[in-house]
Design a protein around this ligand. Sequence first.
Ligand SMILES: NC(=O)C1=CN([C@@H]2O[C@H](COP(=O)(O)OP(=O)(O)OC[C@H]3O[C@@H](n4cnc5c(N)ncnc54)[C@H](OP(=O)(O)O)[C@@H]3O)[C@@H](O)[C@H]2O)C=CC1
Ligand SMILES: Nc1nc(=O)c2c([nH]1)NC[C@@H]1CN(c3ccc(C(=O)N[C@@H](CCC(=O)O)C(=O)O)cc3)C=[N+]21
Ligand SMILES: [Mg+2]
Length: 302
Amino acid sequence: MAEARIIDGKAFAAGLRARVAEGVAALKASHGVTPGLAVVLVGEDPASQVYVRSKEKALADLGMNSFDHHMPADLGEAELLALIDRLNADPAVHGILVQLPLPKHIDTQKILARIVPEKDADGFHVVNAGLLATGSPGAIVPCTPLGSLLLLRDTLGNDLKGKRALVLGRSNIVGKPMAQLLLQQDCTVTVAHSRTQDLPGECRRADILVAAVGRPEMVRGDWIKPGAVVIDVGINRVPHPTEPGKTKLVGDVAYDEAVKVAGAITPVPGGVGPMTIACLMLNTLAAACRAAGAPVPAEALA
Ligand SMILES: NC(=O)C1=CN([C@@H]2O[C@H](COP(=O)(O)OP(=O)(O)OC[C@H]3O[C@@H](n4cnc5c(N)ncnc54)[C@H](OP(=O)(O)O)[C@@H]3O)[C@@H](O)[C@H]2O)C=CC1
Ligand SMILES: Nc1nc(=O)c2c([nH]1)NC[C@@H]1CN(c3ccc(C(=O)N[C@@H](CCC(=O)O)C(=O)O)cc3)C=[N+]21
Ligand SMILES: [Mg+2]
């Protein structure tokens, strides 16, 4: 059997960012509004600093405003809540992103709940989760599942109807919203997790396999149905196999094995990761459009 088609998330994300840039320019021209995202980072976690810098660069490239709030690791919960309140009230801020994970002394759910749902660019607020789960209009969809769906639709020619989908992982930020989106596309959806029996067997039934477990290369080639579309959400930094002291990024899927079996697969890096950032830009534009009473770009609507 031929090798899998490589789904080029990096290229798709570049195209999406270009469409967002056009939407930003159009909103400026029609309503005099520049979309703005506030990025809140608490502490000095090196990985989080890298992600936050790439978000801030993407905002500048697309002509959006970025409001950076880099706070010390010992910031109190009350101070963080007060910052969210100020951002909620600021009309120049259309989206608010609080980089996760937060330091242990801060209650993440309490912080996320304080963001007004209209400015929840990540789509993590319970109101947005509820709107998505009920298929209601106006939901802000979490960036990683939305980006994964855009890649799936592109790969499958928009036709996901009746396909058997397996989502590996049930987190509130990836697995659960991914399952909701696939249900909405008329897939038959199974959600697997750490208590699932016969994970390889569940995976082998799937026409669409979305892996979001955070376990490096856990999904083996012989877990994959021949011809299936594999979306690897995992981002795992592991010791480099040949260069001592160095690290490399791998997904949750054993890529070299999977590429021989799957019909199409996303690489890591260059797959879902760049789509997450592009969808954050899209969600910020969509929030600014809603605030201005302008039409919302169709790609942002689940
Ligand atoms: N590409 C991107 O843009 C992004 C990538 N990520 C990456 O995606 C991955 C998942 O992230 P996230 O959802 O936040 O992770 P979480 O740790 O929140 O959730 C992991 C899920 O995987 C399940 N799980 C863990 N171990 C096993 C196992 N051995 N067998 C079966 N299921 C298991 C857990 O099950 P249980 O619920 O039973 O504990 C849980 O539901 C990570 O690698 C993360 O870095 C995350 C966000 C964005
Ligand atoms: N509030 C919040 N929202 C998030 O969306 C969020 C978060 N917190 N915390 C951390 C996770 C992780 N995440 C990634 C985004 C982009 C890449 C990405 O662009 N990855 C590149 C590689 C980057 C590299 O080389 O390290 C790629 O896969 O090609 C990865 C991971 C967003 N997250
Ligand atoms: Mg996300």
